[in-house]
Design a protein around this ligand. Structure first.
Ligand SMILES: C[S@@+](CC[C@H](N)C(=O)[O-])C[C@H]1O[C@@H](n2cnc3c(N)ncnc32)[C@H](O)[C@@H]1O
Length: 345
């Protein structure tokens, strides 16, 4: 029997904007709160069944993020391709889960994988997802009415250049510049003149430097996330365990929590406030916590009632302003290939 907890009653069919799952990886280990050992074909069969259910729950603009390690990830990719279509593949993120060396193995594995699939496909989904905040410095030294800006170089690699991109630029002070070796100007002389006339070109060194393009803070809609996420940016397993222990000092450690910053970054990229987030391997409740605190609705499913009652729910109560049972419901339910069936509170 599984426990399902949700921030509010929700009909999830076709409504889930983000499904993040962090299932047992089939490492062969016995963790304190759950077993992680199956033969590979059984693991893949269960995984496939769950993905089919998840596919029905995803909204058209939704995405599924599947967190795995090397135990099954290469086989799981094929199942993901089968269920969602290879054309729905967006990216595989490598998350640095540890920073210390483990000398017990031939190689000290320090990363997990997060496979991202979006039914809309990567091109359409890019228009729907959020970029990362651009923290680069902007200023407005020339009182540009378009607002704060910063400048970027106006050269590109010469590989696909046309002849019109190679010329000598004459700056406002009369200095002359050719493009650096192996590069050409981004724009032709005519286009550079147009941009300059519109006030979009910055000439450093009091008008004697190479031209740079002004990029305005208001135009920049966020940065494309990298596919490598470092522990010093989004946390590690160790930092997640420490944080969890601080939140619930009396409870024996949950072995495999994910850091809250990792989930916050996923929720920020894949959803907007008010969207519905699903995690059907909830564990210590990190996804629900991140989603709740970021103003998203959420549903969590966890097979171990004990984990829900002793870890996820107390954690949600401590770390959020939720009073017991207010704002979310807990129902007992079973998960099978026929779907999520409620069997009593
Ligand atoms: C790797 S842990 C998830 C950790 C979680 N992401 C966190 O931050 O705490 C996997 C969880 O999936 C649960 N689980 C395993 N099989 C399940 C199933 N069929 N349905 C729901 N939960 C399941 C386990 O009990 C365990 O708590």
């Amino acid at each position: 029997m599984d426990a399902l907890i949700q921030s509010q009653s929700a009909n999830a069919l076709g409504q889930v904007r983000l499904c993040y799952i962090d299932p047992p990886y089939n490492t062969g280990e016995q963790f304190r709160h759950y077993a992680d050992r199956m033969d590979s074909s059984t693991w893949l069969t269960v995984f496939r069944e769950h993905l089919i259910r998840i596919r029905e729950l995803l909204s058209d603009d939704g995405s599924v993020w599947v967190h795995l390690d090397d135990s099954e990830q290469h086989r799981a990719r094929c199942v993901l391709d089968e269920v969602f279509g290879a054309e729905a593949f967006v990216a595989t993120i490598v998350w640095q889960k540890r920073t210390s060396r483990d000398n017990r193995k031939a190689f000290s594995s320090m990363h997990d994988y997060i496979h991202v699939y979006a039914p809309a496909g990567p091109v359409a989904w890019k228009r729907l997802r959020n970029g990362l905040p651009d923290t680069g410095a902007f200023s407005n030294p020339d009182d540009d009415p378009r607002g704060p800006w910063r400048s970027v170089p106006m050269t590109v690699q010469a590989g696909h250049a046309t002849a019109a991109q190679f010329y000598t630029v004459v700056t406002p002070t009369g200095a002359r510049h050719d493009p650096p070796a192996g590069r050409c100007w981004t724009y032709t002389q005519d286009r550079l003149n147009e941009l300059d006339a519109q006030g979009l070109v910055y000439w450093p060194r009091a008008g004697a430097g190479k031209p740079r393009l002004k990029r305005y803070a208001a135009e920049i809609s966020g940065l494309a996330p990298f596919t490598i996420w470092r522990a010093d940016e989004v946390g590690s397993t160790t930092s997640a365990k420490k944080a969890l222990h601080k939140e619930l000092p009396g409870e024996p450690a949950f072995d495999t929590p994910k850091p809250r910053q990792l989930l916050e970054q996923i929720v920020a990229i894949a959803t907007d406030p008010g969207d519905l987030v699903l995690d059907c391997y909830l564990g210590s409740g990190t996804t629900a916590l991140a989603a709740h605190q970021m103003g998203r609705r959420w549903i969590g499913i966890e097979q171990s009632r004990r984990t829900v009652e002793r870890v996820a729910l107390p954690r949600l109560r401590v770390a959020t302003d939720l009073v017991p049972q207010a704002g979310f419901t807990v129902v007992a339910c079973s998960v099978s290939s026929d779907g999520v069936e409620e069997v009593g509170a």
